[in-house]
Design a protein around this ligand. Structure first.
Ligand code: BG6
Length: 488
């Protein structure tokens, strides 16, 4: 990995504290950082290098999945950190920053490789990118990269406008759009599983697969993010990005050794084959929900409309379930059911591949109906991949029962999503980042739903906090003869 400078906007913020510093520290412990490396933290607060380093240390103590018993390692790690005060809108501050970066590059003999990580609100993306360009910070002899995190726009039009501006300062290959779901180890394992196993490739299609279920149920409510969430809802917050990315990662057909270009091409192909919805017909395949007061683990919780900071009379969606169809050779006829929501019964994030039933004349029929085969990729609460097969129970009466094969057993310690993503961004590998084409196609697909919600063409289904969402979400599957797996 080449030596470089990590320029972190929003260095005093929450994301940096909870995710970025711990991720960098774990990469450091695993010797996955460049041998020579400098990090310049930027923020509005007046901090010295020392107080910045002390804050970084503190955040690692609080949020890192691992600690080190050797204090000299921590010292060595934070030595690479410098702090600089910057007002995002002030051009002069960028010239000072440029000066500081050049000074560090010279002192540490670093090539001009600069990664600009924007851990700030999306309204700052455009001004920062412009200032990087205009100050000459982005004119480098080595490489430059821009790392940003969703939301990328509010709808199709604003996403296009934002991208247009960013692309004046950075080329598409230089932009790394984080969707932290793509950094989840199980998503990365799923991709490798398909890619490297002929037995999986052979059954990864509509001949064998009956349906795919993608769930991201959350127990948390709106938390302290009412101002943000009430304007986005589950559709923009989770569905347009994380959920559609999971769909793409499940549906792509990848040959071995596919590089990131191939992954992007294939994901785009999936998105293009996704059957578009018509605004007037959204109700037939999309369920829009909002939680009401209920109980979570025995504790009463408020309904969405009574959460602090939520607008009176809000129709915002805190739950969405949808049935999607990919109209291509591999997936035609296989429904993809996707759901996500807040204040649901338990935190569970998983992809379930349900295989078709065997022919009815199966000899095991005499023992009753057998369960379908399932491949379950679980990201939360545990991280595991399990295959459900049917086997004969010789300890009983010889009946056929489901058995579970752990392909990736739960419990193995895995890196966090941000570790994977930051490592890849440092290495310039964009396989697990969202390409603009995907983002644009995802917005284009979601646009009729956004409009149908805005125009109230889709009924808002209320569900009690602590349940699995509105019953209509179950009907979406039961009308096709299926049910959500693993709802207790
Ligand atoms: C974020 C959303 O992108 O993902 C949050 O903004 C959500 O609302 C979070 O809670 C869920 O992430 P995870 O990794 O906990 O499933």
């Amino acid at each position: 990995m080449e030596p470089m400078t990590f320029v972190l906007f929003g260095a005093t913020g929450d994301l940096a504290k909870r995710k970025i510093y711990p991720a960098l520290f774990n990469l450091f412990l695993d010797r996955k950082l460049p041998s020579s490396f400098s990090l310049i933290g930027l923020g509005r607060r007046e901090w010295s290098d020392e107080s910045f380093r002390a804050n970084v240390e503190q955040s690692i103590r609080e949020f890192s999945r691992r600690q080190s018993n050797d204090p000299s390692l921590m010292k060595q790690f934070v030595e690479a950190f410098r702090y600089h005060v910057l007002d995002i809108g002030r051009q002069e501050d960028y010239l000072d920053l440029k000066h500081l970066i050049e000074q560090c590059e010279e002192e540490l003999h670093l090539p001009q490789n600069r990664l600009f990580y924007l851990s700030v609100g999306p309204e700052h993306f455009q001004p920062i990118a412009m200032n990087i360009q205009q100050s000459g910070l982005g004119s480098v002899n080595g490489w430059k990269r821009l790392v940003i995190e969703k939301p990328f726009g509010h709808d199709l039009q604003s996403a296009r406008a934002l991208n247009e501006k960013l692309s004046q300062a950075f080329t598409e290959n230089e932009i790394f759009r984080i969707d932290h779901y793509l950094g989840k180890p199980m998503v990365q394992k799923l991709e490798a599983l398909q890619q490297n196993n002929l037995v999986i490739q052979g059954i990864w299609n509509n001949r064998y697969i009956a349906n795919v279920q993608i769930t991201a149920n959350e127990t948390v409510g709106v938390e302290e993010r009412a101002g943000y969430y009430d304007h986005v809802g589950a559709l923009r917050d989770m569905f347009q990005n994380h959920m559609l990315q999971l769909l793409m990662m499940t549906a792509i057909q990848l040959p071995r050794e596919s590089g990131f270009d191939e992954v992007r091409v294939k994901k785009k192909r999936v998105m293009k084959a996704l059957e578009p919805l018509q605004k007037q017909n959204v109700t037939a395949s999309v369920i829009r929900g909002q939680y009401t007061a209920g109980s979570m683990k025995g504790q009463p919780v408020a309904g969405y409309v009574d959460e602090p900071g939520i607008m009176a009379g809000t129709m915002n969606d805190t739950f969405i379930a949808a049935k999607l169809q990919i109209d291509d050779y591999y997936w035609r006829g296989v429904p993809f059911y996707i759901r996500t929501g807040k204040r649901l019964k338990e935190k569970s994030t998983r992809i379930v591949i349900e295989f078709k039933e065997q022919f009815i004349s199966s000899p095991s029929e005499k023992h009753g109906r057998i369960e379908p085969n399932l491949l379950v990729i679980e990201m939360s609460p545990n991280e595991s991949i399990t295959l459900q097969l049917n086997s004969k129970d010789l300890s009983g009466e010889g009946e056929v029962k489901p058995v579970h094969i752990d392909i990736h057993p739960a419990g193995e310690e895995l890196p966090e999503a941000y570790e994977n993503l930051i490592r890849d961004a440092l290495a310039g590998d964009s396989t697990f980042f969202a390409h603009w084409d995907e983002v644009e196609l995802a917005w284009a697909w979601a646009q009729p739903i956004l409009e149908a919600f805005e125009e109230n063409l889709v009924p808002l289904r209320l569900y009690e906090a602590g349940t699995y969402g509105p019953p209509e979400s179950d009907e979406l599957l039961s009308q096709d003869g299926y049910h959500w797996w693993f709802d207790a």
